[in-house]
Design a protein around this ligand. Structure first.
Ligand code: PLP
Length: 393
């Protein structure tokens, strides 16, 4: 594949663009991770992560991708045969469920169409019917990256409380954290799972977990085998800092310190508003394309359309992967593909992390140019609609 000059437009929903400030923060020698100099960095990171997750709970960091923090959530709180009520949201609820099954957990799926937001009242009804208290945890993916739908975690938390059920609430915030509001404590979340390579703008390699007192209580009776991911081995000790099951991922901490400072300097509300504007501009473009029998928004619940990723359905008879392939090879714009049952019919535009208006408009204009170049039916004026929205809002 011949090189396309210029920078790549990385519009996949993670990993996201790493700002120069963060790259430069990593451009330094390694540090002994058993020294006060490193401890100071990790304490700052932990405390700022708490601000981003809106929690006073324990926050723990592993050298892993998000999968590690999924695994930690289950092995620290569950025993073989425990039942997890998994809210069906898309490929990531499916693959979290696959991991649970691999650990001998019983998955009960709360079925839901992938293009719709989950309905918390159905969680409440199911929990009320569970009079024997069999359900150990309710698991929800806050932002389903495969479908571009955001799910109502606050509503699920309220449903658990309304049902008076003891289930833990476990939430995957991997593609929502630091792109849209997530309030661990206020929403009653017991276990939050995050990763470094999306809204936090860092390289992949950190699995982040936060756990409530109730979740820590569950570790006392949970019998699933765990060692590397044992929360009790790494949680903040009497010395006031986290521990690591192995060598601390020092450079990722240098990066995280800088990234969290950038987010907090911008202000979380401003970060969320920036994501909302770029997401809405993207949706305006897709709606315009769809008016000419072209690509349409995959999600059907307007209010639940994600501010970090937009899933787009190709018109019948046109292959989303072929479309993306040419976009990348000819124009160096990387879009996400459809996952699992959406492969070939859906492409995804990531708009999270370190992104601004010209980057977003560059992506949308190039997508629109390729709709024309590749002979895909579409309504004209998508990029104009995005520009008009950004100009006026
Ligand atoms: N959950 C969600 C919502 C995701 O988007 C992803 C990755 O894209 C994962 C889990 C898995 O995370 P990782 O790839 O970091 O292991």
């Amino acid at each position: 594949m011949p090189r396309v000059p210029g920078r790549q437009f990385l519009n996949i929903p993670g990993p996201t663009n790493i700002p120069d400030r963060i790259l430069q923060a990593m451009h330094r020698p390694a540090l002994d991770f058993m020294t006060p100099e490193f401890w100071e960095i990790q304490v700052e990171c932990r405390d700022n992560l708490k601000k981003v997750m809106k929690t006073e709970n324990e926050v723990m960091v592993f050298a892993s991708s998000g999968h590690g923090s999924w695994e930690a959530a289950m092995t620290n709180t569950c025993s073989p045969g425990d039942t997890i009520l998994m809210c069906e949201t898309g490929r990531f609820s499916e693959s979290w469920a696959e991991m649970c099954r691999a650990f001998g957990l019983n998955i009960e799926t709360l079925e839901n169409d992938w293009d719709r937001a989950i309905d918390p009242t159905r969680v409440e009804d199911r929990l009320r019917a569970d009079t024997k208290g069999v359900i150990k945890a309710v698991a929800v993916v806050h932002n389903e990256t495969s479908t571009g739908m955001t799910h109502d975690v606050a509503g699920v938390g309220a449903a658990i409380r309304a049902a008076g059920h003891p289930a833990l609430l476990m939430v995957d915030t991997i593609s929502s954290l630091a792109s849209m509001d997530f309030r661990m404590d206020e929403w009653g979340v017991d276990v939050a799972v995050a990763g470094s390579q999306k809204g936090l703008m860092l390289p992949v390699g950190l699995g982040i977990s936060a756990a409530s007192d109730k979740a820590f209580e569950a570790t006392k009776t949970a019998t699933l085998p765990r060692k590397y991911y044992d929360w009790n081995e790494i949680k903040t000790g009497d010395h006031g800092r986290m521990r690591f099951a192995g060598t601390a991922p020092g450079h990722l901490f240098f990066a995280m310190r800088e990234g969290l400072r950038m987010l907090l300097d911008e202000g979380l509300d401003a970060v969320f508003a920036r994501h909302q504007r770029l997401a809405e501009a993207t949706r305006q473009a897709v709606r315009a394309w769809g008016r000419g029998n072209g690509p349409t928004l995959f999600g059907k619940d307007e209010a639940a359309l994600s501010n970090s990723v937009t899933a787009v359905t190709m018109p019948d008879g046109f292959d989303a992967n072929a479309f993306r392939g040419r976009l990348l090879s000819e124009s160096n714009v990387a879009l996400g593909g459809g996952l699992s049952r959406l492969s070939g019919t859906v492409f995804r535009i990531g708009h999270l992390g370190d992104l601004n208006e010209p980057m977003m408009l560059g992506c949308l204009a190039t997508v629109e140019m390729h709709l024309k170049r590749q002979g895909i039916p579409h309504g004209v004026g998508g990029t104009d609609a995005a520009m008009a929205y950004l100009a006026e809002n």
